[in-house]
Design a protein around this ligand. Structure first.
Ligand SMILES: [Zn+2]
Length: 123
């Protein structure tokens, strides 16, 4: 599952960081998830609960914030939200984003990844 591998990488990173800072435990992890990453927040929370068991992150809170996508058109220079249907089929195949202005190919600037915004530690 997409969410499980993502959360597993996230947990590893936070554990490493917490260790480096000599933290006793992790209190909260704040995530920013791009709209176009198609990560399901509920699935992520579920994965988080399972994957943090027995780690320094156990019982910590996971906060997920969704970040809206932002694209730029290579043809007309349009800058803004892409046009795409929120269709379930997009979750299995890679979606193609088009410029709402001219229909040309766009470059995704924001919204595909998942980043750790903040980690609260108890030291
Ligand atoms: Zn365009």
């Amino acid at each position: 599952m997409h969410e499980f591998s993502m959360v597993s990488q996230l947990v590893e990173k936070v554990v490493e960081e917490a260790r480096k800072r000599g933290a006793k435990r992790v209190v909260e992890v704040e995530l920013e998830v791009g709209q176009l990453s198609f990560l399901n927040p509920e699935q992520m929370l579920f994965a988080y609960r399972i994957l943090t068991k027995g780690t320094i992150l156990e019982k910590s809170r996971l906060t997920i914030r969704t970040v809206e996508a932002h694209v730029r058109c290579r043809l007309c220079g349009f800058d803004g939200k892409p046009e795409y249907a929120d269709d379930a089929s997009y979750h299995v195949s890679a979606p193609l984003f088009l410029c709402p202005n001219c229909g040309g190919p766009v470059e995704v600037l924001v919204g595909t990844g998942c980043i750790i915004k903040r980690v609260r530690l108890e030291v």
